[in-house]
Design a protein around this ligand. Structure first.
Ligand code: 5GP
Length: 228
């Protein structure tokens, strides 16, 4: 009786470094790897020990990145803490057309550029429970030197103030609960009235009449008079 849009949804997830969006996204992909796809960004930043080229990012030089900008390769890109990051256009449309939800894990400026291009995307901000927890997480990652950690912390502090640009905010204190909340958001978004293409009645009025007349619970009820 209801025909919903088949197209997948574009889900934009941001959080400051140390906010825990990576773990939340891993959880989402684990829950439904068939119908969800995480876009792999291109970056000019240095490879870290836990990076897997082609999986966590496609790594290029600054010059290669700038060439790709010229070629119109990116849906959006930004310069974040001194490095380029960009979302390639390729695959996104075909995945969405095939009914697969596409997840973009990007920072706030990229998210606001996507909002201009695709306002119907879902914008979710993953928030650390406190600034103290955030700095502890940044220190624990042990991937950056002190100056870089401080720079990331300041950037994160500024980003948290931009949370109102998003549709949803999820505090990532207990990971499983944060994942559950994001799942609930995605589920609810699929029921939005603007995703319903058509509401149709597949039974004619006369057929409904006959259906009720045949029903023994209604037979002695003078139904035909009531309906007519
Ligand atoms: P990291 O260096 O920690 O991997 O990422 C730094 C920031 O860049 C994170 O907030 C991450 O979400 C963001 N980022 C990663 N890929 C992209 C992208 O393609 N576009 C934008 N705008 N930001 C990205």
């Amino acid at each position: 009786m209801i025909k919903a849009k088949k197209a997948g949804q574009l889900i934009v997830i941001s959080s400051p470094s140390g906010g825990g969006k990576g773990s939340v996204i891993n959880g989402l992909l684990k829950n439904d790897s068939k119908n969800r796809w995480l876009s792999v960004s291109t970056t000019s930043r240095k490879i870290r020990a836990n990076d897997i080229p082609g999986v966590t990012y496609n790594f290029v030089t600054k010059e290669e990145f700038e060439q790709k900008i010229k070629e119109g390769y990116f849906l959006e890109y930004t310069n974040y803490v001194g490095n380029y990051y960009g979302t390639p256009k390729e695959f996104i449309k075909e995945k969405l057309d095939a009914g697969i939800d596409v997840i973009l894990e990007i920072e706030i400026e990229g998210a606001s550029n996507i909002k201009k291009l695709i306002p119907e995307a879902i914008f979710i901000f993953i928030m650390p429970p406190s600034l103290r927890v955030l700095i502890e997480r940044l220190k624990k990652r042990n991937t950056d030197d002190k100056d870089k950690i401080l720079e990331r912390f300041h950037t994160a502090y500024k980003e948290i103030n931009e949370v109102t640009k998003y549709n949803y905010v999820v505090v990532n204190d207990i990971l499983e609960e944060a994942i559950e909340k994001v799942e609930a958001i995605i589920k609810a978004e699929k029921c939005r009235i603007d995703r319903i293409e058509e509401v149709y009645l597949d039974t004619k009025e006369e057929e409904i009449h006959e259906l009720l007349m045949d029903d023994k619970d209604f037979q002695n009820d003078n139904l035909s008079q009531k309906i007519n």
